[in-house]
Design a protein around this ligand. Structure first.
Ligand code: MG
Length: 335
């Protein structure tokens, strides 16, 4: 199993054996492997303000008080526990998956987090969030070998993934003689929204919620209403543009929910067509879109029929912020 292990990975196992022996344990457990990973590059952990006391090492050995790792000389052959064997097998498989020839400490660190939930939970409790852990792995890979950076990126991509939500609100004044378009569907009514584009309040709110979830600002920044290009524009263009931006960031839409507030007309009969159109433009399934309609019970400008408004919430899945920092590490190592 160890043929493809780098010198560094072999040293990690050597340190972990010595730590297990000092801890009077009868096998090398995942906690000892983590201690080995730490001892191989304590400076990387130090860069994140972590020392051995912060890590769930469960050993009675104060690693930071060792004058040098050379003090750690195992005297007996200790077996790897079943958990540790699983970790090292997974480390090897993970390297293979991302077509990295050698198995280094970064795969051992990644496998420890994947294969041993108690370690991952303990690391999280120690303040090592998924993003930090991924950054740690990336920096660790840089300290180790250049080839392992690719593996660290794959690990980071996977571990930093999660969901995020965006919220939005839009309102347009209603005027007689204008077209009323909601979610790209034209609805017969005597009034329509005043706006630079087609004034599709639902599409605008959904764009903003999606942009918000992706951390990309708001619709005004992407399609300024001072730009004549967007005069009378079909808001489908905005939705398509936002969808492409999300695709570029490897973000997928989990769900969109919206509530359109208008006194008139009755929107309920149009909602199926609106949802279908939105699902088609955003390239999602129909059950990922939900649109509701409300009146304002005759209260304020919306209640008097002078305006139409919409609230929307969107959730996305994909890489969370933090990968930009990984690229910094990559640059550092190239210089
Ligand atoms: Mg608007």
């Amino acid at each position: 199993m160890f043929e493809r292990f780098t010198e560094s990975a072999r040293r990690i196992i050597f340190w972990s054996r010595a730590v297990a022996e000092l801890a009077l344990d009868n096998a090398i457990r995942p906690e000892h492997l983590l201690a080995g990973v730490y001892l191989e590059h304590p400076e990387v952990f130090g860069a994140f303000g972590l020392n051995s006391a912060d890590l769930p090492l469960s050993t009675r050995v104060d690693l930071d008080r060792l004058k040098s790792v050379a003090e750690l000389q195992p005297t007996k052959e200790l077996p790897l526990s079943e958990d540790s064997r699983r970790v090292l097998r997974l480390a090897s498989d993970q390297a293979q998956q991302v077509k990295v020839k050698s198995v280094g400490g970064v795969q051992i660190l990644s496998a420890l987090c994947h294969a041993v939930p108690r370690l991952r939970d303990a690391l999280r409790q120690a303040g090592l969030t998924e993003s930090l852990l991924a950054l740690l792995a990336a920096k660790y890979a840089v300290a180790e070998t250049q080839e392992l950076r690719r593996a660290a990126h794959a690990f980071a991509n996977e571990i930093i993934s999660g969901s995020r939500a965006g919220i939005a609100y839009d309102l347009h004044r209603l005027e007689a003689g204008r077209k009323l378009v909601l979610g790209g569907v034209e609805i017969p009514f005597a009034k329509g929204p005043v706006g630079h584009s087609d004034g599709d309040v639902l599409s605008h709110a959904i764009c903003d919620a999606l942009l918000g979830a992706a951390g990309l600002g708001d619709i005004g920044a992407h399609f300024p209403d001072t730009d004549p290009k967007w005069k009378g524009a079909d808001s489908r263009i905005f939705l398509e543009h936002v969808r492409n931006l999300l695709e570029e960031m490897s973000l997928t839409i989990s769900h969109v929910d919206a509530v359109v507030i208008t006194e008139q007309p009755k929107l309920r009969p149009h909602i199926p067509a609106i949802c279908e159109r939105l699902a088609e433009v955003l390239k999602v399934e129909l059950n990922q879109i939900n649109v509701k309609a409300k009146t304002n019970e005759g209260v304020d400008a919306i209640g008097r029929g002078e305006a139409i408004a919409c609230h929307a919430v969107a959730t996305l899945e994909g890489p969370l912020p933090g990968l930009e920092d990984l690229d910094d590490f990559e640059d550092e190592s190239v210089n």
